[in-house]
Design a protein around this ligand. Structure first.
Ligand code: ZN
Ligand code: FE
Ligand code: ZN
Ligand code: FE
Length: 273
């Protein structure tokens, strides 16, 4: 299998206040690991400065873009494509805000994420006590419904870590209502022609499992949904983390291609050749 041709499309920078290393550091590690393409996708600002301490400030977006441009040139001189991207938290009540972020620059792709149910940052280690107020079933249904809405918005190229709800070990329950919500979500992803991210970040968290779990990969693959790989690196040493495990998992379910993006045009790359 041709792992080095697979891009890592999910990595952060210190602008989000919870990642380390410069863009140049990420590029250097990617080159050292033999990659030919990466994409930098830091956390965008949110409407009304929501959860501002976990993301870049609105007035930083221009600096972020300029820095991406420097990284693009730096990578190009060394044989690495650097794609310019953003990870945006989707709020169904504020689609215009998301659209305005997307319209400002010629991004190569946009990652859509759900890290909040209402105001609850369920993937924040300091917000885990909120689980007292939720049943596992209700939380997972609400989560899948939110992910489905993000796909239906038509704003995104990649739907990130599609079972992030399990991050701290609150795994998807075996429940008909949750399963139905999962299928609705995957149907929305397929109908919007988004790709689903396969992310190694879950392996580095208490969940200790790839996002999404194998059962979802199998289901998505059978529905013909495309995948993109992301490490969700918040430190340079995480670039391309467990890429082989992720691709091996895709291959097990008959997936031989991953998505590549440039200027929001998707091409599929056969990683088995
Ligand atoms: Zn982050
Ligand atoms: Fe994320
Ligand atoms: Zn990805
Ligand atoms: Fe991320």
């Amino acid at each position: 299998m041709n792992f080095s041709a697979v891009p890592d499309y999910h990595m952060h920078t210190p602008r989000c206040n919870h990642a380390t290393g410069t863009m140049r550091d990420y590029v250097d590690v990617a080159i050292k690991r033999g990659l030919r393409e990466i994409g930098i996708s830091d956390h965008s600002p949110m409407p009304d400065n929501f959860d501002a301490e976990w993301r870049m400030q609105p007035d930083e977006l221009e600096d972020y873009w300029q820095e991406l441009d420097v990284a693009w040139h730096y990578g190009r001189e060394r044989g690495l494509n650097v794609r310019r991207a953003l990870e945006i938290d989707f709020r169904s009540d504020q689609p215009d805000y998301t659209q305005s972020l997307i319209s400002r620059y010629p991004w190569d792709y946009i990652i859509g994420s759900i890290h909040y149910l209402g105001d609850w940052g369920f993937d924040n280690p300091d917000a885990q006590q909120e689980w007292e107020h939720w049943s596992l079933q209700d939380a997972w249904v609400a989560y899948f419904d939110a992910v489905a809405a993000s796909a239906e918005s038509g704003l995104f190229d990649i739907i990130a870590h599609p079972d992030l709800m399990k991050k701290y070990g609150y795994r998807q329950p075996d429940d008909a209502r949750v399963k139905a919500a999962e299928i609705r979500m995957l149907t929305a992803v397929r109908d919007a022609d988004c790709c689903l991210e396969i992310s190694s970040a879950g392996l580095r968290k208490p969940a200790a499992e790839i996002y999404p779990r194998a059962a979802m990969i199998e289901c998505a693959a059978s529905m013909g949904i495309s995948f993109a790989y992301g490490s969700d690196a918040h430190a340079p040493e995480d670039v391309a983390y467990a890429m082989q495990d992720c691709l091996t998992c895709l291959h097990r379910y008959g997936v031989h291609h991953v998505a590549c993006f440039e200027q929001r045009q998707r091409t599929m790359m056969d990683f088995t050749r």
